[in-house]
Design a protein around this ligand. Structure first.
Ligand code: CP3
Length: 353
């Protein structure tokens, strides 16, 4: 076991997942799945039915810590991810957020300067204290063998929901807003960077071992807009988080950004999450050799199962053999995924090539 001391923070015991984020190469990669806690699990659906709303569930440390542990108990993944949502940040900035079953998130959309200026200047950490309690509880339940991943949405992705007020196919409302009112949009992004730094620092203090920044909608922007609204704000966020938490491992997930993934490999993040569209051989060739890559099985291959799934698993294992790699999906697991296929995937990855 290694305990690395840096600044005032001590790193906990080493594990396959954390060692891989630190650049170690194992003969079999660690595995966890994005959105591994959630609706494809019958035990989650049963527990979810006891809470009046999804946000109530997220702010209930007893339920949320249990949901964090469920996929670990069932599949023995190499890391757990905090059960929460990226939209707790708008909620803690004073925007009205709710989730309608079957329809996804609903927020009071931000339309003009008055709406943006009405948000709290600083994130209300009292509102988020149950999430931090979930971290403390989940850490105690997990013990030292399974690390806990904290997370937030990247400023662009969170802003896109704040402006549209709902999920959209292409985030057109936020793109229009950013073209029409760049200064106002910059103010919103800056506020989200501040809020994310405060929130992530608190997650680290509460005990998370690594952080993932979900930029799920990075891929809808043209080059220059991607640099301005995704790349730079995430770089600022990461730099500021590292001042507060020098040793924290950080995984960036700028989804669907194609060749611009190369820019995200900036030496500041511990790992880059690859979405389904990224070619394994290309990524292996162009990415720095010591950079950990995470991904990138198509969630639909996992739904389908059978030979298609086996081929896809083999291709990823082969493609990333010899470099630090965390096995994962290229996006979140789908609610219709059969449990047996997840069991098969874990067995295959554990067996190695
Ligand atoms: O297991 C985990 O990964 C931890 C929990 C987690 C949730 N959301 C729980 C959730 C995480 C990491 C997220 C991230 C998240 N939330 C993202 C980024 C990742 C991605 O998938 O792109 C985004 C864009 C959101 C916003 C969000 N939350 C949407 C669009 C929706 C509705 C659509 C959907 O997938 O259901 C949610 C709701 C949500 N977040 C659910 C869960 C388990 C389903 C709600 C329910 O169970 O009632």
């Amino acid at each position: 076991m290694s305990h690395v001391q840096s600044g005032t923070l001590t790193r906990g015991p080493s594990t396959l997942f954390l060692d891989t984020l630190d650049g170690s190469v194992a003969d079999k990669p660690p595995i966890w799945l994005m959105r591994q806690a959630g609706r494809y699990l019958p035990e989650y659906r049963e527990m979810r039915a006891t809470a009046p709303s999804f946000l109530d569930f997220c702010y209930n440390p007893k339920l949320a810590s249990e949901a964090t542990l469920q996929p670990i108990r069932r599949f023995g993944f190499d890391a757990a991810i905090l059960f929460s949502d990226i939209l707790v940040i708008p909620d803690a900035l004073g925007q009205t957020v709710s989730f309608e079953t079957g329809h996804g998130p609903r927020l009071d959309p931000l339309i003009d300067a008055a709406d943006v200026d009405q948000l709290h200047a600083e994130i209300d950490m009292n509102r988020l204290s149950p999430v931090l309690e979930t971290v403390t509880r989940a850490k105690a339940m997990l013990g030292p063998a399974t690390p806990l991943i904290g997370f937030c949405g990247a400023p662009w992705t969170v802003a896109s929901y704040m402006i549209a007020g709902r999920g959209t196919p292409d985030q057109a409302p936020a793109r229009l807003f950013a073209y029409r009112h760049p200064d106002l949009f910059q103010r919103l992004i800056d506020r989200l960077v501040d809020a994310s730094v405060t929130y992530l620092t608190a997650q680290v203090s509460a005990g998370v071992d690594a952080i993932q920044i979900f930029d799920s909608w990075a891929g809808v922007l043209p080059t220059l807009e991607y640099e301005r609204w995704c790349l730079r704000p995430v770089q600022t966020l990461v730099t500021r988080l590292r001042v507060a938490c020098p040793t924290i491992r950080i995984i960036a997930f700028p989804r669907a950004t194609g060749r611009q993934l190369i820019q995200a490999a900036d030496g500041q993040v511990s790992a880059l999450g690859l979405d389904t569209s990224v070619d394994v051989e290309w990524a292996n060739r162009v990415m720095p050799h010591n950079l950990t890559l995470q991904g990138n099985l198509d969630p639909l291959a996992l739904v389908a199962g059978g030979e298609g799934l086996d081929h896809a698993i083999t291709r990823i294992l082969k493609g990333f053999a010899g470099r630090p790699h965390v096995f994962n999906l290229g996006h979140g697991i789908l609610p219709e995924t059969p449990i047996a296929h997840v069991e098969h995937l874990v067995a295959r990855v554990r067996a190695g090539l």
